[in-house]
Design a protein around this ligand. Sequence first.
Ligand SMILES: [Zn+2]
Length: 463
Amino acid sequence: MAKSVRVSFYGAAGCVTGSKFLIEWDDNKLLVDCGLFQGRKELRARNWDKPEFEPHKLSAIILTHAHIDHTGYLPLVVKHGFKGPIYCTEATKELLGLLLPDSAHLQKEQARYMNKHKLSKHKPAKPLYELKHAKETLALLKTIPRDQETRILPKCVVTPRCAGHILGSTNMFFEIEGKGITFSGDIGRYETPILPNPAPNMVGDLLICESTYGNREREVRTGEVPSHLEKVIKGVVEKRGPLIIPAFAIGRTQTLLYELAKLERAGKIPTLPVFVDSPMAVDATRIYRKFKHDFDDDSQEIMAAGENPLLTENIRFCRDRKDSKSINSLKGPRIIISASGMMTGGRILHHMKQNLSKEETTALFVGYQAEGTRGRDLIEGEKEIKIFGEKVQVRAEVEKINGLSAHGDKLELKSWIEGCDGTPAKAKIVHGEPEAASAFADLLYKELKIDSSSAKHGETIEV
Ligand SMILES: [Zn+2]
C-alpha cells in the first residue's frame, strides 16, 4: 500500500491572503507558498501568531509566484531558523529582489507609525522582520525551470507550468510517493497582453485551486480595455491636461504600457509623454523586459517586427525624486503612471494633490479599490479627499477601466481545470472569500463531478 501524504492548510483558507500549504511524507516537510496575511486588521494580526509549523524543521519551500500574499512571510520563517532551499522560477526570484526588501521597509514604516501615534499594545512596536531577514531569504532562493520535471526532495518531483498571472507565475504538479497533487497557484485571465494563457498541468489525486473570483463572471471581456483606454486618452488630449493613473508597480503598470504602445502604433492616439513614476515600477518593467522570452505570441510578433511591446514613443522612467518633481512643472496632455495603486501611499499622492482640484485633470483607476482607500472614495464620487493632512477639492474627471484584473473569473478557472490532463479525485478550494470558495466548490461538483470542498484553516487531509 502506498504510504500516506498529508496536506495542511495554514493560510488562504477562508480568505484570499496568507497562502501556506504544508505537504508531509516520511520525514519530509515541504511548504508550498509562504505568504503574508493582508487586508483586514484581524487577518494581519495572524502574521504575529506563532507559526503552526516549525520553520527550522521544514525540508524546503516552493513558491508559485512572487506576490507578497504568497511570499511575504518568508523572511519571518528565515528569522525563525529556516535555512533550506526556496524553489521558484528565475523571474520570481528577480521580482522577489524588489518585493521582499520593500516588504521589510513597509514593516519598519508601520512600526514607526504605530510608535509615533501610540497605537500599539507593545512598547515599542516592532517590525515583523527586518531588511537583513529579507536579504537572508533572497540568498536561499534556488531557481527551477517551467515545463519540466525537477526532483526537489526524496520521492518528490515537481512540474511547474505558466499560470498567466504575473511574470514568472506558475501552477504546479507534484508527484510524491506515487500520489499526484496539483496547486493552481493564482490563475490569470485568458487573452491578456504580455503573458501567455494559463497552461494546463497534470491532475491526479488532489487539486488545490484558488477561487478569488470563484463566484463571479466578468462583464467586461479583456478585449474591451483598449477601446475604453482610447476614449479616455482622446478626452485628455481635448482637455490638454494630465492623465494620472494609480497602478500597481508589478503587472498592472506593464499591461498599461503595452496597451498605450499598441494604441500609439495603430495611430489611434497621438504620441503623448508617458512618465512611469515609481522606483519599483521602473525596476519591475526592467525585469519584465529581461524575461521577454516568457511573453506571449502577440508580444513575440511585435518584437519580431523590431518594436518594443512595453515602450511608447515618448516614455520617461523616473527613479529619482528629482525626476518625479520635475513632472509637476509640465503643461499639456501627458500620462503619469505611479504607485500605489489604491492611493494609500507613494508618489501618486503628490501628483493627485497637485492636480485633482483642476478641471483639466483626468484620474484613471485601473484596478480594484479596497474599502477605506482614497481610490475607493474617488471612484465613489467623493468631492473632497485628504492628502498629507490637507483637504483637496476634486474637480478632475474620475474614470475607471474594468477588466484588467490578473485573476481569472469562475469560467476561466473552470476552463483551466477542464484543460488539465486528467480529472482530480478530490479538490480543495482555497484563496477566496468564504462565499466565493464554497460557490466554486459547488460549481466543480455540479458541473465537473469533482468531490470538492472549501479548505478550512488548520485542516489536515490525507491524500
Ligand atoms: Zn497573485
